[in-house]
Ligand binder design. Sequence first.
Ligand code: ADP
Length: 560
Amino acid sequence: MTKRIFNAIWIVTLSVFLAALLLFSGVLYGYFSDVQREQLKTETVLAAEGVSHQGKAYFENIDIQNFRITWIKNDGTVLYDSESDSDKMENHLEREEIKEALSEDFGESSRYSTTLTERFLYCAKLLPDGSIIRLSISENSIISLLLGMLQPICTIFALAFALSLFLASRASKKIVRPLNELNLEKPLENQGYDELSPLLRRIAHQQNEICRQSQSLKQKQQEFETVTSDMSEGIILLNQEMNILVMNPAAKRLFHVDSSCIGSYILSICRGPELRALLQKAEKGLHAEAVANLQGESYQINASPIVSDGKVSGIVLLLLNVTEKEKLEQMRREFTANVSHELKTPLHTISGCAELMVNGMVKPEDMSRFSSQIYGEAQRMIQLVEDIMQLSCLDEETLEPDIENVDLYEVAQEAIRSLRPKAEQYHVQLNLKGETAIIQGMPGLLSEIVYNLCDNGIKYNRKEGSVSLEVKKEKDSAVLIVSDTGIGIPKEHQERIFERFYRVDKSHSKNTGGTGLGLSIVKHAVRKNNGSISLDSEPEKGTKITVRFPLKKGNMETIE
Ligand code: ADP
C-alpha cells in the first residue's frame, strides 16, 4: 500500500511539474515572439531612417547579427540583401509584407522562406523614395533562446524529481502509519482518520458478532462433548472432504487415536473396505449401514449424510459394538437348532412305535415293551421341555429374585434324600458331610444346583462308586463340593460342558435320560445366586465340582 501511495504521489507531482513546465515554455515562447516582433519593428523603422538618409552606404556601416535586411525597389526588384546575392533574387513585389508596406506604409508577416528554408518574421517599411526596407528574423532564434534555457530547466527538473521522490516517500509513510498502527483488537479506541470510523465501527460490530457466535459454538461443542463422552457408541463427525471434525472418546478408544487426529482424513485412521463403501454412499446423500470387524470385534457402522441446501455438507458416523448381539443371535440360532434336533429323536421313536401299534404289527407280548418305550421317550421330552423352560426363566433378567436365607447343608440333605433311590439303582453310594452354612439366595435354584450336580455324579459313575457332598464355610463363603469316583471328563471337554446341549458322550447321556442342559442350568443358577463354580476332573478317576456362595453376614467363620 505504501508503495502504491508513493508511486501515485510522485507520478502526480511529476506530471503537474511537467505540465507546468510545458505551459511555462508556451507562455515564454509567446512572450519572446512579441518582444522579438516589437524589436524587429523598431529595427525596421531605424533601418528605414538610415537608408533614407544614407542610401546604399548605410549597408556598408551596418553591423547585422541576428537580422536579415533587404532593400527592395518599388517594382519589387531586390536592391540589397544581407544574406543572399540581390541579383539572383526573385521579384519581391508579391510578398505579403511588401504589399502591405506599399499600401499602408508598414507591413509585417510571418512565413516560411523558400530562399533560406526557415520560418521568418518580416517587417517592411516604405521609404520616402518609394523603395522598401525589410527586416526579418528567423523564428528559430526564439526556439534557440528557449533551448538555451534547457540546461537550467533540466537541473530544476532533476531537483524537482528528487524532491518529489523524497516528499512522496515521506507522505506515503505518513499516510500509511496510522493505518499500520490501527489496533483491530479494540477498533473503537483508534484515533486515526475520521474517514475510517465507519469501517472501524463495522469491524467492532463484526468482532462482537464473531465473539458471540464462537461462544455459542463453544457451548454447543461442550454440550455435544458432554453428551457423547459417556456414550459407549463411537460418534465421528466428518466434513464434506471426509476430514474428522469431532470424535467422541469411545471412537478414539476404538481407533487408538487421540485428539491430534482431528482434521485428518477418516480413511487414514481406518482403512476398512466397508467404511470406504459406506462413505461413498453417504457422499451421495444416502443413509448407509454395514457391519465391519474393527479391532477384532463386530461393529455396526451407520453413516448419515448431513444435507444442507441440497448439498452434503458432512457425515455422521455412529459405531455400535454388536459383538455381543451377534453372539447372542448365534446362540439363539444354535439353541433353536439343538432343541429341534433333541425333540426330533424321541418324536420319531414315539411316532414309529405308535404307527406299529396302530397297524397291529406289534405282538401282544411286545406291547408292554413298546408302551414303555413311548413312555420313556415322552418322559425324556417332558424333561427336555422342563429344562428349556427353566433355562428361559433363568435367562429372563427382569424377573424379581425370590431371596431367602437358605442353609446349604439342608439343601444337600434334601437332594441326597430324593436321589437315594436313583443311587441305589446305579449301585452308587451317597455321602454327606459338613456343617450348616446360611446363605441368602433363591431356594428353588439352590436345590436345582445341588440336585443336578449330585444327579450327574450318580449318572456318570461306575458300579459301586460313590458320590460325596460336602458343605463348609470358608472365610466369607459357603462352599459346596460334589465329588464322584466316576468316569471323569477329558481335559478338552472340560471348558465346554457348561454349554447348552453339550455332552461328552452323547449315547451315555441319552441312556441316562440326560438332556445336555443340566450344567447350563447349574451355571446360570450359580450366577443368579452370586456364586462361582469350578471343575476339577480326571478321566477314569472322578470329578470334583466346587461351588462357592457369599455367606450371609453374621454366619461367617471366625478366623482364630
Ligand atoms: P446331561 O443332561 O447330559 O447330564 P449336563 O449338562 O448335566 O447334561 O452335563 C453335560 C455333560 O457333561 C454330560 O453329558 C457329561 O458328558 C458331562 N458330565 C457332567 N457331569 C459329569 C460327571 N460328574 N462326570 C463325568 N461327566 C460329567
